[in-house]
Design a protein around this ligand. Structure first.
Ligand code: SF4
Length: 102
């Protein structure tokens, strides 16, 4: 999940100067439309796609493992907060010993 935020910030950091530069060459009324569309196309839409890929890749861990029902499990990062490790379908960091219901 962190890489989605990171690359979103990188794209914003590149897009803002580009839009600022573009303002010199466009009428202001069109610049807003181009700006909003470019933020969606360059920043928001790729982030949505990356999140969908991330979710599909980790869907079974999020929905159907021992950790998915544990209060120490952070679904947004697919992370065991107690052991600071990423559980997988085959790997439960605590071997079930520290499991606590949500
Ligand atoms: S404490 Fe154990 S069961 Fe709970 S999330 Fe961490 S590894 Fe999974």
């Amino acid at each position: 999940m962190g890489h989605i935020v990171f690359w979103g910030l990188v794209r914003i950091a590149i897009l803002i100067p580009a839009l600022w530069f573009l303002l010199e060459y466009m009428e202001y009324k069109y610049w807003w439309t181009v700006g909003i569309m470019s933020v969606y196309v360059i920043v928001i839409h790729p982030a949505i796609l990356q999140y969908k890929i991330f979710y599909e890749k980790n869907k079974k861990v999020i929905l159907d493992t021992l950790c998915s029902n544990c209060k120490h499990f952070d679904e947004t990062a697919v992370l065991c907060m107690k052991h600071d490790e990423h559980p997988t379908e085959q790997y439960v960091p605590c071997d079930g010993i520290d499991w606590q219901p949500k």
